[in-house]
Design a protein. Structure first.
Ligand SMILES: *[C@@H]1O[C@H](CO)[C@@H](O)[C@H](O)[C@H]1NC(C)=O
Ligand SMILES: *[C@@H]1O[C@H](CO)[C@@H](O)[C@H](O)[C@H]1NC(C)=O
Ligand SMILES: *[C@@H]1O[C@H](CO)[C@@H](O)[C@H](O)[C@H]1NC(C)=O
Ligand SMILES: *[C@@H]1O[C@H](CO)[C@@H](O)[C@H](O)[C@H]1NC(C)=O
Ligand SMILES: *[C@@H]1O[C@H](CO)[C@@H](O)[C@H](O)[C@H]1NC(C)=O
Length: 750
């Protein structure tokens, strides 16, 4: 420890001299072709159309110019001005202009466009921008998506939903998004020409809700096979998505070949060198995927075929490809030369299809298995390709950054990312402090090779505030100085009206539940959503009273803001969070009464606990974004026949509950949604309470193993196979129910 510190200090003193004249992070000319190829006029028209979709007729109050020569201090920028009563937006790219328009919406017109709720009630006369404002970004790339986001959040989307989301990306200033749809259709062609049969790839691809993990070689076949109509739909979507991304001036990242192949490789190419990788608790036949040996000449052959086929299908490329060979899976050897060869093979595969390829790699493996990825192993993989030909995502930058333990990824360019979310869980959580400061520290790091910032959530549609903050930080010259002011601005734009109670509510939340100091890999471990057990402790980095007091303020604001949809969304969310706190307190009572063995008191406590879950389902039912019915019906709507319909429904249900045939990662992607709370979480608790009641009555001990088997057989598995229809539209009035619950729960103990 001591030695390290001293060496570090010496390094700093010595290196400061060398790096002193460098004022900005290192630039990488190797990346100069990773930029938009679309002309300014097309980007401008694409932004104009987006403005029309966003504000309708009022689009004529805005005038947009995209001008690639507009580069104040050599950086991407936007400028806002008022000329003849019109708001004039100028941007280096379509994305910069769209982000400038969004900046105007938030900070002048007091509007907010976010994932599923938006508030774009423009003032009759638009407030002028005077004097003109120019904002530049030091972040050459603003990356977006985790490889899992497509499965946890986008999987059932149709084009209208995608179109809105692409608008959101542009408004958010994102210029480097993943574009992963439809890749299985391309793989099918490649496998066909290599001699594989439909049966071979049917066993290899997973079902729609699990594609992310099949692509990474974590699992194979689970939830499949993919019907032909799936490929057609996804291919058609990908054409539209790519065209729109490119026309906005974004640089879509396409998939590359990471080495995972169908099992039939062993019979079809008996000489091929393969190994198998283990992921989590998955077993045959869903594990383990075959990994082609990097030294096998087939590796770059397949990699090249895939890239070529994709370029042909999607009319060109922006030359950047993602591939993750060892995501959450230990390589078969820790010998650095093996790792170097593996990396070189992945890159050779890309080059075989595109001589200008750049490899984008998630740096998650370095976080998830630090024991394996010691400096020698990390360096071997990172330096397996020439400097500047790989871009690494420092995926969990806000909690466990890797750049500062690897001399800035041993010289490879990296993007500092906020991961924030796992499994699309809904609990309130954030690390405001490190999200605000982290990317600036990374840029200032000695010899920093940082080339941008990013968002890498596993799932979206939760904790909107953290994403708004990060998107703004990417365009700021320094961190937000006074977070309370930012919170007040956030509330004002989100609801369109200045309201002191709403501001206070957000200020409390940002200082408390959103300011988790340490950050966690699993932040939503509420007793509500986890499989019932005795004496479970819940992680808490904040005082539940903070949530209740914020809840008071939101309820107070509801008289003024009750008609605003984004406010209703937030009122549901804070009520949900408050009830989650209550559930934990009630759970503790339940455990206490169980321990004392007083059956009557236990029954009373059980009644209170179950009532809280019922109340939670009721408030969630009042807003469309908290409905299980949306998730399932959207899944079914992509089906073209009954068989597909039940396959998609099963995929949708299994992902958010058992996650695997036997609950391999049960509850990982838990969601506090109406329908799921009532028919899954509550039902599990009903069984637990019944079991505990019997134990008390018969004077027996609770058998956890037996309960796990029972809950799996009686509740969890049947739920994944069921086909009950859940409402697609909300029921009940948010305001009235939130007020009623607030009355009831707040009066009880305070
Ligand atoms: C393909 O891309 C080129 C420019 O790279 C463009 O001119 C052409 O219109 C595109 N074709 C299609 C079908 O999108
Ligand atoms: C790296 O940076 C993070 C965030 O600033 C910090 O918590 C951590 O201690 C640093 N690690 C090292 C080895 O300096
Ligand atoms: C918040 O709402 C309460 C109850 O409606 C009201 O009495 C109070 O004045 C409000 N607080 C502020 C700061 O506006
Ligand atoms: C608990 O249940 C399991 C599974 O039913 C059983 O094998 C085990 O013997 C039980 N343990 C006790 C202590 O009864
Ligand atoms: C729902 O499941 C039941 C029982 O398994 C079955 O009889 C029924 O046909 C299913 N309904 C639909 C619409 O699939």
């Amino acid at each position: 420890m001591m030695t390290c510190t001293v060496l570090r200090c010496c390094g700093v003193i010595f290196l400061t001299h060398l790096f002193f004249s460098r004022t900005v992070a290192k630039e990488f000319p190797t990346l100069d072709h990773i930029r938009t190829k679309v002309d300014d006029g097309t980007q401008q028209r694409t932004v104009e159309d987006m403005i029309f979709r966003t504000v309708g007729d009022r689009f004529s109050d805005f005038s947009v110019t995209v001008d690639s020569s507009f580069m104040p201090s050599g950086k991407e920028a936007f400028q806002l001005d008022t000329v003849d009563g019109k708001i004039v937006v100028r941007g280096t790219t379509g994305v910069a202009a769209a982000h400038g328009f969004n900046h105007y919406l938030k900070y002048y017109a007091r509007c907010q466009v976010s994932w599923t709720v938006q508030q774009v009630d423009l003032p009759g006369v638009l407030p002028p921008v005077s004097p003109a404002v120019t904002i530049v970004t030091s972040n050459r790339y603003r990356y977006y998506q985790n490889v899992c986001t497509v499965s946890y959040s986008f999987v059932w989307w149709d084009w209208p939903r995608w179109e809105r989301h692409l608008d959101w990306m542009a408004l958010s200033g994102i210029n480097l998004p993943l574009a992963f749809n439809g890749q299985e259709a391309i793989w099918q062609r490649v496998y066909l020409s290599l001699g594989f049969t439909q049966k071979d790839w049917d066993e290899h691809f997973s079902g729609p809700a699990f594609l992310a993990w099949a692509r990474m070689g974590n699992i194979r076949g689970w939830g499949g096979p993919l019907p032909p109509s799936w490929h057609q739909t996804q291919l058609a979507l990908q054409h539209r998505i790519l065209a729109r991304m490119r026309n906005f001036g974004m640089i879509p990242v396409l998939p590359g070949f990471a080495g995972h192949v169908p099992a039939a490789i062993t019979s079809l190419y008996p000489k091929a060198a393969v190994s198998r990788l283990q992921w989590g608790r998955f077993k045959d036949p869903y594990c383990c995927t075959y990994l082609l040996d990097p030294q096998d000449p087939l590796f770059s052959h397949i990699g090249g075929m895939f890239i070529s086929e994709m370029i042909k299908e999607f009319n060109g490329t922006n030359h950047i490809y993602n591939a993750d060979t060892f995501n959450e899976m230990r390589p078969k050897s820790s010998d650095p030369s093996y790792l170097t060869k593996s990396g070189a093979a992945v890159f050779a595969g890309m080059l075989a299809g595109d001589p200008q390829a750049i490899w984008l790699m998630q740096g998650w493996l370095f976080v998830s298995d630090r024991d394996f990825w010691q400096p020698a192993q990390t360096k071997a993989l990172l330096q397996s390709v020439p400097q500047g030909k790989m871009v690494v995502l420092d995926l969990f930058g806000e909690v466990e950054p890797v750049y500062n333990t690897t001399d800035s990824f041993y010289g490879q360019p990296f993007i500092w990312c906020m991961l924030h979310n796992f499994g699309g869980n809904l609990g309130m959580y954030g690390t405001v402090h490190t999200v605000n400061q982290g990317s600036f520290l990374a840029r200032k790091y000695l010899g920093s090779t940082m080339v941008g910032t990013g968002l890498t959530p596993e799932g979206i549609d939760q904790n909107y505030v953290m994403y708004e903050l990060m998107n703004e930080v990417a365009w700021m010259p320094q961190p937000v100085q006074i977070m309370d002011n930012w919170a007040a601005d956030y509330a004002w734009s989100r609801y369109g009206v200045k309201n002191a109670n709403a501001s206070l509510g957000w200020q409390i939340l940002l200082r408390s539940v959103y300011d988790c100091e340490k950050g966690f890999k699993d932040h939503c471990d509420s007793v509500v959503v986890k499989r019932p057990q005795l004496h479970k402790t819940q992680r808490s980095w904040y005082k539940p009273e903070d949530v209740f007091s914020a809840w008071d303020h939101f309820v107070s604001a509801s008289n003024d803001l009750g008609l605003v949809d984004s406010f209703r969304y937030d009122l549901v969310d804070i009520t949900r969070q408050a009830l989650q706190e209550w559930a934990y307190m009630n759970y503790q009572d339940l455990m206490e009464t169980y321990n004392t063995g007083d059956l009557n008191k236990f029954r009373d406590a059980a009644g209170v606990f179950q009532q809280t879950l019922t109340d939670m389902d009721r408030i969630l039912a009042t807003h469309q974004n908290f409905l299980l019915g949306r998730w399932i019906e959207d899944a079914k709507s992509l089906a073209t026949n009954d068989q597909e319909r039940s396959l998609y429904e099963f995929n949708a249900r299994n992902q958010v509950t058992l996650w695997g045939p036997n609950g391999e990662i049960v509850d990982y992607a838990n969601k506090q949604w109406s329908g799921l709370v009532a028919d899954y979480y509550s039902e599990r608790w009903a069984l637990m309470i019944k079991t505990l009641t019997t134990a008390l009555m018969e004077g027996k001990k609770f058998n956890h193993t037996a309960f796990q088997q029972d809950v799996f057989q009686q509740v969890e598995k049947p739920f994944t196979l069921a086909n009950k229809t859940y409402p697609y539209y909300p029921t009940g009035d948010t305001l009235q129910i939130a007020k009623e619950l607030h009355q009831r729960y707040r009066r009880r103990t305070w």
